[in-house]
Design a protein around this ligand. Structure first.
Ligand SMILES: NC(=O)c1ccc[n+]([C@@H]2O[C@H](COP(=O)([O-])OP(=O)(O)OC[C@H]3O[C@@H](n4cnc5c(N)ncnc54)[C@H](OP(=O)(O)O)[C@@H]3O)[C@@H](O)[C@H]2O)c1
Length: 389
């Protein structure tokens, strides 16, 4: 029987504790048994059926040799970083859903885990309940990964879907997302692309085997997406999606996050609402897509508990989640060539132009962002999106 502690009894942490209860029978069959010995949180939960397990003192966990696995679902890079390091140093494996921590200190924490003969696993940090990181490193291990792109953030996908399907503005769609609990009170990390950026960093790090820092992955969010863009995209047979994209070419990784016009023929164009959909292109397998609930209490708990069971059955299971300290493998994504959809105030020399309120819209030939900037120099650019498909 493995004893675990759950740090942070919020959305994901409470889902983890409940999952271990709901699926106790099969988890016992598969692992010999997992039981939650402590829940660490800053709050009390007097009405919870798990109230007796709650403590505010992390050192109780740290100093208890019976606890072999710690689940960190606090979030952020403050106390979560401290508790993770202390757990690993105390010889306990750590499982997390905390993408910010993995994207910021992943390599250091993985090295610390290795040094202490334990694991640091984070399947839930990208794609929530969608199995992605482990399949990428196991089922696709015979391939050279050429590209990964997809919808990595459910909140922004919900907002864009609302704009497309119901013709509502960004601000109205954001308000609905907040009312439904899909978006946090401060939506900045989601709408400005920071959350998707952290996930793109994790995916790129996993593929390159070297830690990719957030400053190497430029991120643009969706707050500038206008209903006019949505209308033009629909007329062209496209939709608008916030994509994290990582292209692996010539020994370099080109990663970025930005809203794209995606052809309706592409698989990710049909990924709507809060769902995530990630396309992985390998040189042998071709194109595969991973689809499912990218967030939410139980889907995310599903991935966390799977990591816990992996450790419970094989303490070294974490070895496929591994990369080294940052090194110079990042290329400039501005060099990647795609078609572009641009709207400018006034007219440009181009084949395709529509007009609305003095604004002209164009689809360009394939070109890099740098080449586009040269073409558009002097023009007043209203919006510019890369196109997929
Ligand atoms: N929610 C999702 O669907 C989802 C999906 C994938 C990944 N994630 C990631 O999973 C992590 C947790 O997310 P969440 O949504 O579960 O967050 P949450 O609901 O805010 O839960 C975090 C919990 O940790 C508690 N906490 C804060 N400081 C603490 C401390 N010093 N010691 C112990 N507990 C502390 C919080 O208490 P207070 O509320 O009092 O601060 C809260 O109960 C984040 O990194 C998030 O990005 C979440």
């Amino acid at each position: 029987m493995k004893k675990i502690a759950v740090l942070g009894f919020g959305t994901v942490g409470s889902g983890v504790v409940e999952t271990i209860d709901i699926n106790a029978d099969v988890i016992t069959q598969r692992t010999g048994g997992i039981t939650v010995k402590y829940i660490v949180d800053v709050r009390d939960f007097p009405d919870s059926p798990y109230a007796a397990l709650v403590t505010k003192d992390f050192s109780v966990v740290e100093n208890d040799p019976e606890v072999s696995i710690v689940v960190e679902t606090i979030g952020g890079i403050g106390v979560a970083y401290d508790f993770t390091k202390r757990s690993l140093k105390a010889g306990k494996s750590v499982v997390t859903s905390n993408k910010e921590l993995v994207a910021t200190y992943g390599y250091e924490l993985m090295a610390l885990a290795k040094e202490n003969g334990v694991s640091y696993l984070f399947e839930a940090s990208v794609g929530g309940g969608v199995p992605l990181l482990r399949p990428l490193k196991t089922c696709l291990n015979g391939d050279v990964i050429k590209e990964i792109y997809g919808i990595l953030n459910g909140t922004t996908n919900y907002i864009l879907t609302q704009m497309f399907q119901n013709g509502v503005s960004f601000a109205e769609a954001l308000a609905t997302a907040q009312a439904l609990g899909y978006s946090e009170a401060d939506p900045t990390a989601d709408v400005e692309g920071h959350d998707a950026c952290r996930k793109a960093c994790i995916l790129t790090s996993l593929v390159t085997g070297t830690h990719i820092t957030q400053d190497k992955v430029p991120a643009k969010g969706i707050s500038g997406v206008a209903l006019e863009d949505v209308e033009y995209a629909a007329q062209l047979g496209y939709t608008i999606k916030l994509l994290g994209r990582c292209v692996f070419e010539g020994g370099k990784a080109y990663s970025y996050v930005a809203p794209h016009l995606v052809s309706r023929n592409e698989l990710v164009s049909g990924v709507n609402g809060v769902m995530n959909g990630i396309v992985v292109k390998g040189n042998i397998v071709g194109e595969t897509m991973f689809y499912g609930a990218g967030a939410g209490k139980m889907p995310t708990a599903s991935a966390v508990v799977a990591d816990v069971t992996a450790i419970a059955t094989n303490v070294r299971a974490g070895e496929c989640f591994e990369w080294s300290a940052p090194s110079d493998v990042s290329g400039d994504p501005a060099e990647l060539k795609t078609k572009w959809f641009v709207r400018v105030r006034g007219e440009l020399e181009a084949e395709l132009a529509g007009t609305a309120d003095g604004v002209s819209a164009y689809v360009t030939a394939e070109m890099s962002e740098k080449e586009l900037q040269t073409v558009l120099s002097g023009a007043e650019v209203v919006s510019a999106y890369r196109m997929i498909g």
